[in-house]
Design a protein around this ligand. Structure first.
Ligand SMILES: [Zn+2]
Length: 180
């Protein structure tokens, strides 16, 4: 008889079940979005969603992940699939600059920081952006959502020291170029 403790076997069974159900969940998710669960789509959905954490990726990022995972897909296929996922509402497109589209696995309403020099997208904490006024939508339209992108650059050392020592109260006098 093999000396595998019952406890270990139980854990292996549970892990197998989890993998199975994860794949099943991905298939269900694709179907719910009106997409046929092809092998390519399942493979890319697994790469996008398997960590359980939200991610911001470009087609290049996901293409790199796919290659590292030995999933042979062209960059164009990855890009097209990401767009299909976005059209299906599974992920969200965020245009940070003219050249590259970022995709967000969190399709919910939230705002972003964008580190221009690093082409990096970060989530802004929920509730941290508030508006005192929004323009009325033109006749025949309604506002479907507001996406704020706060562009970041590295602060100069002396500025960084001054900026944070007193919290928000120190802001006074630093502005002057804020839009009204
Ligand atoms: Zn995000």
């Amino acid at each position: 008889m093999l000396q595998i403790p019952e406890e270990t076997l139980e854990r292996m069974r549970a892990a197998r079940e989890r993998t199975g159900s994860a794949r099943h969940e991905l298939q269900d998710m694709l179907k719910a979005g009106g997409l046929r669960p092809t092998r390519q789509r399942i493979a890319l959905a697994a790469l996008l969603f398997s960590t359980g954490r939200h991610r911001h990726v470009t087609a290049d990022d996901l293409h790199r992940d796919a290659r590292a995972d030995s999933t042979a897909l062209s960059l164009a296929t990855v890009y097209n699939t990401l767009n299909q996922f976005a059209d299906a509402g599974l992920i969200r497109k965020i245009g940070m600059n003219g050249e590259r589209m970022h995709f967000d696995t969190d399709p919910g309403d939230h705002h972003h920081f964008y580190v221009e020099a690093e082409d990096r997208v970060l989530d802004v904490e929920p509730g941290a952006v508030c508006f005192s006024a929004l323009p009325a939508a033109p006749a025949g339209y309604e506002i479907a959502g507001v996406d704020v992108v706060i562009r970041l650059r590295r602060s100069k050392p002396e500025k960084a020291r001054n900026a944070c020592s007193g919290g928000c109260a120190r802001r006074a006098g630093s502005g002057g170029d804020m839009p009204r």
